[in-house]
Design a protein. Structure first.
Length: 79
């Protein structure tokens, strides 16, 4: 089972996953990362993040980790 967010097209990923897994059955619960990036709570966090005085590396790491956490919470049904 694959359950994560993608930056690629959902359809393209599904087709590649199905082809790679053949003849096995594939359960594909992936979604585009746009689902999270457009979420009001995530957008609000990004706005707050931009207001910090952290260096670019720290800001990027915090943003990436936050995206990971949002992904996990969405998979669990908490967002």
């Amino acid at each position: 089972m694959v359950s994560w967010f993608l930056t690629a097209s959902d359809i393209a990923f599904h087709e590649e996953l199905t082809a790679a897994a053949s003849p096995a059955t594939v359960t594909n619960d992936t979604r585009s990362v746009e689902y999270i990036l457009s979420h009001p709570l995530f957008r609000s966090f990004e706005e707050e993040l931009e207001e910090t005085d952290w260096d670019d590396e720290t800001t990027a790491k915090v943003g990436e980790r936050t995206l990971e956490v949002f992904s996990e919470l969405t998979v669990q049904g908490d967002i």
